[in-house]
Design a protein around this ligand. Structure first.
Ligand code: F6R
Ligand code: MN
Length: 200
């Protein structure tokens, strides 16, 4: 069956952060409780206003077996304490479902983790393509000073499991260090914060 062309061809407008035919979902600071390590910095920033951290625009499309879905993600620049603005992050409900991220603008990366102790930060900038294997939790982080924009393409039946990673949290955090952005164990960042707190 021949689908009409408006279902086959979409256009991304980076200025308005939209794709034709897509509805956009905004995630604000208040939606990200528990995602940042520095709770005092999170509360202080939220006290100044409930800023948008990111949005995802996902066009309606076929969602059966074998179909693909895609979303335009835009993470705003910013930090909570030393930790850069990020997405919630998720496993796919269909655990084996992989995803391809294509960088469209800005600078940042993906935190990738699995249940077997694998943890890594993979850069994502304009023209980068990152393959996110199945069974891998993934989160996007904007380490730059302009919006990080990307397209994620995944099986339409993948689904999103946020709770699977939120329970224990990602083990890696991406923070502003003395020499620029650096990925470090969350436990180390937390320890540094407690030491600083103890010195106050
Ligand atoms: C889809 C996907 C991306 C994310 C987007 C927002 O499977 O990985 O389109 O949905 O980066 O992140 P989350 O969904 O974690 O809020
Ligand atoms: Mn995904």
């Amino acid at each position: 069956m021949k689908a009409s062309i408006d279902k086959l061809l979409r256009h991304i407008d980076l200025d308005s952060a939209t794709i034709t035919g897509a509805t956009s979902q905004q995630r604000r600071l208040s939606d990200l409780a528990g995602c940042f390590v520095d709770v005092a910095a999170y509360d202080a920033l939220l006290g100044q206003g409930d800023a948008e951290v990111y949005s995802v625009a996902t066009p309606e499309g076929p969602d059966g077996a074998g179909d693909l879905a895609f979303g335009l993600g835009i993470v705003q620049p910013g930090r909570v304490g030393d930790e850069y603005f990020l997405t919630k992050g998720h496993y796919h409900s269909w655990r084996e479902a992989a995803e391809v991220y294509i960088g469209l603008g800005g600078h940042g990366g993906l935190v990738l983790e699995d249940d077997h102790g694998m943890s890594q930060f993979v850069p994502l900038a304009e023209h980068d393509v990152v393959y996110v294997p199945g069974c891998t939790a993934h989160r996007t982080v904007n380490t730059g000073d302009e919006p990080l924009t990307y397209l994620g393409i995944y099986p339409a039946t993948a689904g999103h499991d946020y709770a699977g990673i939120a329970a224990d949290g990602f083990r890696l955090v991406v923070v502003a260090g003395p020499d620029g952005p650096q990925a470090m164990p969350r436990a180390d960042y937390l320890k540094n914060l407690q030491v600083k707190e103890g010195h106050r």
